[in-house]
Write a protein that binds this ligand. Structure first.
Ligand SMILES: Nc1ncnc2c1ncn2[C@@H]1O[C@H](COP(=O)(O)OP(=O)(O)OP(=O)(O)O)[C@@H](O)[C@H]1O
Length: 467
C-alpha cells in the first residue's frame, strides 16, 4: 500500500505519536479519556462497516459521529481548554512554576503532621504552572502567608472555613474552603472517601500537587498526576515537596531522557502502533497516482557558458494526491526548475528531483521519469567582427557610402560565433537619396544566442559628390 517512506513521513508519525501520547497522559483517568476511547471504538466500527458494505449501519454511525463530536466539545470544554493550555508554547514563557523557595515547606509539613496527629482532615492544593480557577467552586479568597498555625486553624473542626480545600498559589494561601472536582476513576479503593477523591480529581485535571490528611485514619498522602502515595514522616514530605517544586532535577540529562523514553513503554508503543495504522489508512486514502507532464526550465546559467542543447524538454512526474486537498493537479502549472550554476563545459547530467518542483499542497512525488536531463553547455567566446550592409544598395554614380563604426564585438556560443565573418545591418533603401545623408541603421543578431555588445548607434554615411 505504501511504496516508499520519506523522512518527512517518519517525522510526521513521530510528531503525531508524541501529541497523541501527551493527550493520553493528560486525559488518563478522566472521564474524557473513556469517552474518547468509546468514540475511537465507534470510529473503528464505522470504518469496518463501511468497508464491508453495511450501508445503514455505517450511515447511522457517521451521523452519530457528527452529533457526538459537537456534544464532546460542549461537555468537555474544561478538559479541552486545559489540554490546549498545556500545548501552548507561551506557557513555558509566561507560566509560573511554584517555587519551593518562596514557600516554607517545613511549615507545611509540620502543620500537616500536627493535623494528622490530631485526626483533623485537611486538603491542601498547591498550584503549579496550570491555572486551577476553572476547577474551584465556592472558595473564600484569602491572601496570606503560609504558616503552620494558619493552616492548622483553617482546618480546625468547627471553624467556618474548615470544610473543603485550601489552595496555595505563588507561595501564599489564595483560597480556602473550596470545592474540587472528584475523580471518576472507578479503580480507586473503596476506603477512599470524597476528600481523597477530590485530591485525586484535581491532580488528574491539572499539574497541581495535593497533600491530603485523612480524618478517619490519621494518614498523610501526597497526590500528583492522579497517583496517591502515603507519606510517613514530615521530613519525607518536605523532601518530596522540595523535589516537586524545586527547579533542579538532580538526575543527569541522559538518564532523564532515557527514563522519560522508557517509562510507560507499553502505552507509548500502543500509541505508536495506533498512529502508524492511522497513517497507513490516511495515506492509503490518497486519490491515487496522477501523471503530469512537466516542462523543464533552467536558471543560473554561468555567464561564461551558453546552452547548446538539452533533452528531454519535459519529464513525466507521477504524483500521489490527497484528493480532498487538490482536486485536479493536471490543471496545475507545475514546472521543473533546474539550477545550472554548477554545470561545466560539455555534457552534463542533471538529476530532476522533487526539490525542483513547486508542488501544490497535498501532493507528494512518487516518481519522475526520466530522472535525469542531459544538458550540453558550450564556452562563450567574444569576437570583434566587421559590420556589413545587408544587400549593398544600388548607389548613384558619384555616391560614396561607409559605416561608422566599422566593427562591433559579439559574444555567444563558440560554435556559432566562430563561424561568423561579419555582422549584418538591416536593409537600407538609398533610392531616393540625392545628397549627403547620415542614416542610423540597426544591426541584426546573427543568431538568438549571439549578443551584440554595442550600445552606440551605427551610422551609414552617404556622400554624393557633385561635379
Ligand atoms: N469535592 C470536594 N472538594 C473539597 N473538599 C471535599 C470535597 N468532598 C469532600 N471534601 C471534604 O472531605 C470531607 C469529607 O470527607 P470524607 O470522609 O467523605 O472523605 P475521606 O476521603 O474518607 O476522608 P477522611 O479519610 O478524612 O474521612 C468533607 O467534609 C469536605 O471537607
Amino acid at each position: 500500500m505504501v511504496p516508499y517512506l520519506r523522512p518527512q513521513d517518519i517525522i510526521d508519525i513521530l510528531i503525531m505519536t508524541i501529541l497523541v501520547y501527551q493527550l493520553y497522559s493528560w486525559f488518563r483517568n478522566t472521564r474524557a479519556l473513556q469517552v474518547v476511547m468509546g468514540l475511537g471504538f465507534l470510529g473503528i466500527l464505522y470504518v469496518v462497516t463501511k468497508n464491508i458494505g453495511l450501508l445503514m449501519t455505517s450511515w447511522i454511525l457517521q451521523e452519530l459521529g457528527t452529533v457526538l463530536f459537537v456534544l464532546i466539545i460542549v461537555v468537555f470544554q474544561n478538559e479541552i481548554r486545559q489540554a490546549l493550555y498545556r500545548f501552548s508554547p507561551l506557557r513555558a514563557v509566561f507560566g509560573k512554576q511554584e517555587g519551593g523557595g518562596r514557600l516554607d515547606l517545613l511549615e507545611v509539613s509540620s502543620a500537616v503532621f500536627s493535623l494528622a496527629a490530631a485526626r483533623t482532615g485537611a486538603l491542601i492544593v498547591f498550584q503549579r504552572r496550570e491555572q486551577l480557577d476553572d476547577f474551584l467552586l465556592h472558595g473564600i479568597p484569602l491572601d496570606s502567608l503560609v504558616s503552620s498555625q494558619l493552616l492548622i486553624s483553617l482546618f480546625e473542626d468547627g471553624t467556618p472555613l474548615h470544610d473543603g480545600a485550601v489552595v496555595v498559589r505563588d507561595g501564599r494561601i489564595a483560597v480556602a474552603s473550596c470545592h474540587l472536582p472528584l475523580s471518576t476513576n472507578g479503580d480507586l479503593p473503596q476506603y477512599l472517601g470524597t476528600r481523597h477523591r477530590a485530591a485525586i480529581g484535581i491532580t488528574e485535571r491539572s499539574d497541581a500537587v495535593v497533600v491530603v490528611v485523612s480524618e478517619e485514619r490519621g494518614t498523610v498522602s501526597l497526590v500528583v498526576g492522579g497517583e496517591l502515595t502515603e507519606v510517613a514522616k514530615p521530613e519525607e514530605l518536605t523532601e518530596r515537596l522540595t523535589h516537586l517544586f524545586g527547579p533542579t532535577v538532580s538526575e543527569e540529562p541522559v538518564k532523564t531522557i532515557r527514563r522519560r523514553l522508557t517509562s510507560n513503554l507499553g502505552a507509548k508503543l500502543a500509541t505508536l502502533l495506533l498512529v502508524v495504522v492511522s497513517w497507513l489508512i490516511i495515506t492509503g486514502r490518497q486519490g491515487g497516482i496522477v501523471t503530469v507532464t512537466v516542462p523543464i526550465k533552467y536558471h543560473n546559467l554561468p555567464d561564461s557558458l551558453a546552452l547548446r542543447s538539452s533533452s528531454p524538454e519535459e519529464v513525466e512526474v507521477q504524483l500521489k494526491v490527497f484528493t480532498s486537498l487538490t482536486p485536479s493537479p493536471k490543471n496545475l502549472d507545475i514546472v521543473a526548475d533546474l539550477d545550472l550554476a554548477r554545470i561545466r563545459e560539455g555534457n552534463n547530467e542533471l538529476p530532476v528531483t522533487s526539490d525542483n518542483l513547486q508542488l501544490p499542497l497535498g501532493t507528494v512525488v512518487a516518481s519522475i521519469s526520466p530522472a535525469k536531463v542531459k544538458v550540453v553547455a558550450q564556452r562563450k567566446i567574444r569576437r570583434e567582427l566587421p559590420i556589413r550592409l545587408k544587400k549593398i544598395p544600388p548607389v548613384l554614380r558619384g555616391m560614396r557610402i561607409w559605416l561608422e563604426p566599422e566593427r562591433v564585438t559579439v559574444v555567444g556560443p563558440e560554435h556559432l560565433v566562430s563561424r561568423l565573418d561579419a555582422v549584418e545591418t538591416e536593409e537600407v533603401d538609398l533610392r531616393r537619396v540625392r545628397e549627403n545623408r547620415v542614416i542610423e541603421v540597426k544591426l541584426v543578431a546573427p543568431a538568438p544566442q549571439v549578443r551584440i555588445l554595442n550600445d552606440a548607434p551605427i551610422y551609414l554615411r552617404v556622400m554624393v559628390e557633385r561635379r
